[in-house]
Design a protein around this ligand. Structure first.
Ligand code: C2O
Ligand code: CU
Length: 520
């Protein structure tokens, strides 16, 4: 293992990813941000220069941050925001983790404006290395023409209940094609934007690392005439399993192998919105979020594939059947459970008549100038912070214990829940709000870090208590984050108290109560 240095300079710049010009939150002047790559065990030292005219943080989605919870990048939980014009250095290793991850801002909805990019940890001993010749990293995302601050302000208006903001288009690896006929007068829009092209050679095999970095949309991914051999799910190698189409919810990742064994021509790569996930959208006639890219065989003309037809969208809003996601090396669910929590997920009006999301009747509000780690690490005392309303804190302190979380989704939305600091075993899910232990798979359950919680349903997950830290557990639909569908798990507070915080982290925070108030 070696130490790798990266620079991310964050600033705003006008770009037109789908032909429509808007201000984009860029990293090193580009969108999407650069791919951060490392080998298993490497140390990553990442210099974040904030030139955004706003605070920011960067989170490394899927990395456990073993022993480095203060570098997890969650504003209000693991750090104060990095002020404008300042530099913050993240410094961590991915330990034994390998596979497909991503990084993104974890402050407000900045990632939706562009602060996101892939993070790949290569394994020199990857069991699939001999099964493919080359690899591509592909991001999928919905795309909005209005900067997120405006969308959040709209949602924060008392009485507003028109649902989540509707994306204007979608992008594959940062590129899409918006129909400029729909652009408002006075906007800058270039029609027929070129699509993302993936160049392949007939006879070769390709690993595609596919990451859904959306704010909202679950995509069904497929490539015409090319079956997808799924070999990795969120850092866990799988027993290869073949699909023609796969659903990928926000925050989720898969590696698939395709074989370029068809005729030399162009083929559509399709990322099709799953309408069932967003019921409010189906009435929205202008919505066309079927996103395309091109798989181009070497020797094929520089042109779109000839026809583009879409079958009626009958895809169910759910993850790939967990029973088909078998670990390459199966592991049983951890037992016995020592700490059990129930999350009741609901929506409703708050005291300002603003529509909010609730976990056990509490809607999360981050305190970006007084984050949780500051209250618990380095001799801190969690109790005061824990008792504050809207902090949605869940504490557990059992050495070598096992956490079980029962998520009871008491509304008719679907929610891709993501856990920081761990991945988890998915024991089971079902309709209604009474978990049925007879349906649990304890023998060889699926393991991932982002799971779609279905409407009016229960889901049960488990993980081992082996990573002291402050770990967010939240719906990854960014609008639901803004509505407060966020919990924080405080793992091993007694150990955290004794852990030091490295220099640089506390310095981000205002020093005195007066400064805090001024900053707020
Ligand atoms: Cu992709 Cu809380 O993160
Ligand atoms: Cu949600």
């Amino acid at each position: 293992p070696i130490t790798r240095y990266y620079n991310l300079t964050l600033s705003r710049k006008e770009l037109k990813p789908d032909g429509f010009t808007r201000m984009v939150w860029t990293s090193n002047n580009q969108y999407p941000g650069p791919i951060i790559r490392a080998n298993k065990g490497d140390r990553m030292i990442i210099n974040v220069q904030n030139d955004l005219d706003d605070g920011t943080t960067i989170h490394w989605h899927g990395l456990f941050q073993q022993g480095t919870t203060y570098y997890d990048g969650v504003a209000g939980q693991t750090q104060c925001i990095i002020p404008d014009n300042e530099v913050f250095v993240y410094n961590f290793t991915a330990g034994n983790q390998t596979g497909t991850y991503w990084w993104h801002s974890h402050f407000l909805a900045q990632y939706v404006d562009g602060l996101r990019g892939p993070l790949i940890i290569h394994d020199p001993n990857d069991p699939f290395l001999k099964d493919y010749d080359e690899e591509f990293v592909m991001t999928l995302s919905d795309w909005y023409h209005t900067p997120s601050v405006g969308l959040i302000a709209m949602m924060d208006t008392p009485g507003y209940d028109a649902g989540n903001p509707i994306p204007d288009s979608g992008l594959i690896t940062g590129i899409g094609r918006y129909d400029c006929n729909n652009a408002p007068p006075g906007s800058k829009c270039e029609p027929n934007n070129p699509l993302a092209v993936y160049q392949v050679q007939q006879g070769k095999r390709y690993r595609l690392r596919i990451i859904n970095t959306s704010a909202e949309v679950t995509f069904t991914f497929s490539i015409d005439e090319h079956p997808l051999n799924v070999i990795e799910c969120e850092g866990e190698n799988l027993k290869p399993v073949i699909f023609n189409k796969i659903n990928i919810a926000v925050g989720q990742r898969y590696s698939v192998i395709i074989t370029a064994d068809k005729e030399i021509k162009n083929y559509w790569i399709r990322a099709e919105i799953v309408h069932e996930c967003i019921k409010a959208y189906t009435t929205e006639s202008k919505l066309n979020l079927n996103v395309t890219g091109i798989l181009r065989y070497q020797g094929a003309p520089d042109a779109d594939p000839t026809t583009l037809d879409w079958n009626e969208d009958t895809v169910k809003c759910r993850d790939i059947d967990h029973n088909l996601l078998k670990l390459y090396e199966p592991r049983p669910a951890p037992e016995p459970v020592t700490d059990s929590f129930t999350f009741h997920i609901t929506f409703g009006q708050n005291e300002r008549n603003v529509f909010k999301a609730f976990i056990n009747n509490s809607s999360f509000v981050p305190d970006i100038y007084d984050p949780t780690v500051n209250n618990i690490m380095a001799g801190g005392n969690m109790e005061a912070k824990d008792l504050e309303p809207n902090q949605n804190a869940f504490l557990y302190d059992t050495e070598n214990g096992v956490v079980e979380i029962i998520i009871l989704n008491e509304n008719n939305g679907t929610h891709p829940f993501h856990l920081h600091g761990h991945n988890f075993f998915i024991l089971g899910h079902g309709e209604g709000n009474v978990p049925d232990p007879s349906q649990y798979n304890l023998v060889d359950p699926a393991v991932r870090d982002t799971v779609t919680i279905l409407e009016n349903s229960w889901t049960v997950i488990r993980f081992r208590i082996d990573n002291p830290g402050v770990w967010a557990f939240h719906c990854h639909i960014e609008w639901h984050v803004e509505m407060g569908m966020v919990g924080q798990l405080i793992e091993r507070p007694s150990v955290l108290k004794t852990m030091p915080i490295p220099p640089g982290v506390l310095e981000l925070c205002p020093k005195t109560p007066a400064q805090k108030n001024a900053a707020r």
